[in-house]
Design a protein around this ligand. Structure first.
Ligand code: SF4
Length: 61
């Protein structure tokens, strides 16, 4: 996504199985490679992660 990922929009590289289609490839953004998963950000399920991310997007809009 050359202009960045807008809030509330899934990344173009996210597969239907919620996996990164460019994982390990050089075109994967550095910010993604540097991100370390943490339960406080990711929760304990995909649903919880989406809820937490939604909160962060609203809080930082
Ligand atoms: S890791 Fe980065 S590039 Fe891959 S799907 Fe997630 S946001 Fe997109």
């Amino acid at each position: 996504m050359p202009n960045g990922k807008p809030a509330g929009v899934a990344c173009n590289h996210l597969t239907a199985e919620r996996r990164c289609a460019i994982f390990g490839l050089p075109e994967r953004p550095q910010v993604c490679a540097a991100f370390m998963a943490d339960e406080q950000v990711c929760g304990s399920s995909a649903e919880e992660a989406l809820r937490i991310l939604g909160w962060w997007e609203q809080a930082t809009a």
